[in-house]
Design a binder for this molecule. Structure first.
Ligand SMILES: C[S@@+](CC[C@H](N)C(=O)[O-])C[C@H]1O[C@@H](n2cnc3c(N)ncnc32)[C@H](O)[C@@H]1O
Length: 571
């Protein structure tokens, strides 16, 4: 099926002039868009992945990190595990199944290092809400060996509403005497429900919470408002009954709401915690994710480890202040970013904890939430270590930018690519543990890409510069890290730190026309024309005849002699 248009039974609204109104002033979680999205997945099933990007959460490097994290948790929790009972890993909304394949492979490989963990009866449950996806996994020969070994099990699960995972099995259909065998997927038995697991359940949700129900709120001067959505569209004249998410136009309105908004006091506590911290705020509230978590807590008897990666955010910058929440159609579907900060607050409220990635510049955020029995007496040392080092500091997401950069190399000069180039360069530096040599190699491209930098990227870039500077060790003489730090500060219009970096460059690496030229340029920006002239003259001595230096000298001489005509800074 083509994902271009939705084949739907949902009422597509009433015609009003040139527009169709899908709905008006609806709570976001009650909007029709969620049923439409479900129908898309139901109809498209496995062919959805011809259109929807899945590579960022379905590659061997993210799977390796997840495997390390799961094994780290099992090592931390080992003494409390009941080895006579299985440990379930439940992957919700497993989609293409590609991630499951890599993760089972990595778990099997890495388990070889830990003899004690081999005693654990691991059961990997691939689950989705549509039987069409399950059927395609059952037919997949790459997955079959894991099922034959007893590691892999297939489940039907709609985590927002189900309190049990149903087991899927292939059953022969009664056939009328011919030789062909028809198979159907039956799901009569329960695979997992409350009371069946004495060990923590490890649940995985990748690219899932951004595809299920959310609510939206604002806080205006400490007063809670619910944000209501209206959607309209112009029908395609050739196919008036078909609707594409791309065609939807959203508008928002607000009305007063009470902080006892939900029937669930845990959710209200999360909402109230925002009121305590923000005078004005815009809050995406991941209601669907919270419903999934509530059901998983029941299924696991309140012993849950939830590992999730998604288009999401953690930083207060996404919450502070008033703004609309973007409706983002893409590749035939749509998504709303996941507010992992709210998920963190929810688990904290229950006495659990969440580890979060800290770099919101990356397209994917990862969260590991843990609520286990004996939470207080459980040391999560190994888990913290792997999360901190591998997931956050190293962050395999950076490999994606690296690949993206390789793919966009040819068009590198196009200014619209500058943000991608910048991300890729920051990614290289992070993956190479803030190596000053890698920084110097990437710095010219960073400098060229500074235009259009947003506040969060700038914050991250400054953190990277600090980490790189801290790694400088004076034998790396051919890589003048201070010069490049100075250039980037200069490009960011941070003249004082730029001057400090250029003078470090001169002190550490000796006189260079590049550093003196930019020192002069910095002084010119500061309108300290005497100092600028001194450094331009030094530059000319080091590089006689340089056209740019001569132009600089002429500019500052003019400025000195006619102060009223102070010139603009040089390029
Ligand atoms: C964007 S895909 C993500 C697939 C996979 N986890 C990945 O990372 O590529 C979203 C998945 O959610 C499933 N899904 C959509 N709505 C759902 C719902 N309401 N309940 C359970 N699963 C749902 C779809 O079948 C699909 O597999």
């Amino acid at each position: 099926m083509s994902s271009e248009a939705l084949n739907t039974t949902v009422d597509l609204g009433e015609k009003r002039g040139a527009f169709y109104v899908l709905e008006e002033n609806k709570r976001l979680s009650e909007s029709k868009i969620w049923s439409l999205l479900e129908q898309y997945y139901e109809n498209a099933s496995i062919s959805a992945w011809n259109e929807i990007p899945f590579y960022p959460t379905s590659n061997p490097f993210i799977a390796e990190t997840y495997a390390e994290l799961i094994l780290a948790f099992l090592r931390d929790y080992f003494s409390k595990l009941d080895l006579s009972k299985p440990v379930y890993i439940v992957e919700m909304a497993a989609g293409s199944g590609c991630f499951s394949f890599y993760l089972m492979k990595e778990l099997s490989r890495l388990l070889e290092y830990f003899s004690a963990l081999k005693q654990v009866d691991l059961r990997y449950v691939m689950a989705d809400f549509t039987v069409n996806n399950v059927r395609s996994w059952m037919a997949n020969e790459k997955l079959r060996p894991f099922a034959e070994r007893g590691l892999l099990h297939f489940g039907l699960f709609r985590p927002e509403t189900d309190k049990a995972i149903r087991k899927c099995a292939l059953r022969e259909l009664e056939s009328e005497g011919d030789e062909s065998v028809d198979l159907t997927v039956s799901s009569d038995e329960i695979l997992l429900e409350a009371g069946m697991s004495t060990n923590p359940v490890i649940a995985i949700a990748n690219y899932f919470f951004d595809s299920i129900k959310q609510d939206a709120f604002q806080i205006h001067s400490n007063q809670l408002k619910e944000v209501l959505q209206s959607f309209h569209y112009v029908p395609n004249p050739k196919a008036p009954d078909l609707l594409k998410f791309d065609d939807l136009i959203k508008s928002e309105s607000c009305r007063d709401a009470s902080f006892d908004y939900y029937g669930d006091s845990r959710l209200n506590a999360v909402l109230k915690s925002y009121q305590a911290e923000y005078e004005n705020a815009s809050i995406l509230f991941p209601l669907g994710a919270f419903n999934c978590i509530s059901n998983l807590l029941e299924i696991s008897d309140n012993s849950l480890v939830l590992l999730s990666s998604d288009k999401g955010f953690v930083d207060a910058a996404y919450i502070d202040g008033l703004r609309e929440q973007p409706f983002l159609p893409h590749h035939g579907v749509f998504s709303y970013s996941v507010n992992y900060d709210a998920i963190d607050r929810f688990f904290t409220e229950l006495g659990g904890q969440t580890m979060l990635t800290s770099d919101d510049n990356l397209s994917i955020a990862t969260a590991l939430s843990i609520l286990v029995k004996d939470q207080q007496t459980t040391s999560l040392e190994q888990t913290n270590y792997v999360f901190g080092e591998r997931v956050d500091r190293h962050n395999t997401c950076n490999y994606l930018y690296f690949l993206q950069d390789l793919l966009t190399e040819v068009e590198a000069s196009k200014s619209e690519k500058s943000s991608e180039i910048l991300r890729a360069c920051m990614g290289y530096i992070q993956l190479c543990n803030y190596d000053p040599v890698v920084f110097c190699l990437a710095a010219p491209r960073i400098y060229m890409s500074l235009e259009g930098l947003n506040v969060l990227q700038e914050k991250r870039l400054l953190e990277i510069i600090d980490a790189v500077r801290d790694n400088f060790y004076s034998v790396q003489q051919q890589y003048d890290v201070f010069y490049w730090i100075g250039r980037i500060y200069y490009g960011l219009n941070r003249v004082e730190p730029a001057l400090a970096a250029f003078s470090d460059s001169l002190l550490t690496f000796g006189a260079s026309s590049s550093s003196t030229y930019y020192m002069a340029a910095c002084y010119e920006v500061k309108k300290d024309f005497e100092s600028a002239l001194r450094y331009y003259n030094d530059t000319l001595e080091l590089e006689p005849g340089c056209k740019f230096t001569l132009e600089g000298i002429s500019r500052v001489k003019t400025a000195i002699t006619s102060p009223a005509e102070k010139k603009a800074n040089p390029s």
